[in-house]
Write a protein that binds this ligand. Sequence first.
Ligand SMILES: C[S@@+](CC[C@H](N)C(=O)[O-])C[C@H]1O[C@@H](n2cnc3c(N)ncnc32)[C@H](O)[C@@H]1O
Length: 311
Amino acid sequence: MSELRTSQRSGRAESARAGDPGRDFEFTSSDFARIRELIHRRAGISLSDHKRDMAYSRLARRLRTLGIDSFRTYLDQLESSNDPAEWEAFTNALTTNLTAFFREAHHFPILAEFVKKRPQPVSVWCSAASTGEEPYSIAMTLVEALGESAARQATVLATDIDTQVLAKCDAGVYQYEQVRHLSPERLKRFFLRGTGAHAGLVKVRPELRAMIRFERLNLTDHDYGLRNPFDAIFCRNVMIYFDKPTQAQVLARFEPLVKPRGLLFAGHSENFTYVTQAFRLRGQTVYELTRDTDAAPAQARTHGAMNEVNA
Ligand SMILES: C[S@@+](CC[C@H](N)C(=O)[O-])C[C@H]1O[C@@H](n2cnc3c(N)ncnc32)[C@H](O)[C@@H]1O
């Protein structure tokens, strides 16, 4: 073990001498190409060229933790050992988890008005939940729109591929800075404020936490294992990491998971219009099922034909 460490140290020193002075490890174009291929296969994520430094710095931490001296060895071991825990760490390292409470705020009043008109109990799936700010914003919206007791009957499923962020969802603990823009009513109703050693932190109230089920789910899996459709699906700011064929596959899997006249919420820079015919834009990056809007003319046509036969 100590011998291995010695050779690793000298390996790092050599690659630094070999013209990469800021880096502990040699990082070649073929290492990066291999990482891109693996994360695309694993999570559908397409890493662009400018993510090269990000990939280096995030995975270099894994190499240090494991005491491995080159990217090539790490990637060889990753592929040959097929260790699920290391694949999980590899995937967690390469996801981008930027999020915020009530991010893209215009969606939440739309959700509030929508759920008031739906048969109860409603169900919402937040499919790229990151550290929880989005599903907690959804749950708060349901409580405000429907009242405590109807909202508590609702199903809120929050999933993500990254197990580290799901642990943060589960804990429901955030910096006060992350919620300071919320109204005093929301803060009081939905959060507990830390004191003493927890000063500067807030924790989601247990009643709000209890409304949400958090689970790991990879959007590129062929079968999500979800049998009941949802009134609304949030899939915001994750499709931007997928290429068009992957986006089309995900949207095809979403179609049967949206109830008639249900909604799909997308991120501000995501446009599914040219990717799928299953959903059509309703406005403000909110989509609805095309079959819902097609149904009326189709029925009218059938009805018209019946009248003719009966005449
Ligand atoms: C930028 S965050 C967006 C969070 C939130 N939806 C929002 O808009 O604020 C993207 C999230 O997608 C997740 N993700 C990436 N690839 C995924 C996949 N194949 N399946 C499920 N989640 C994935 C990442 O782990 C990350 O938490």
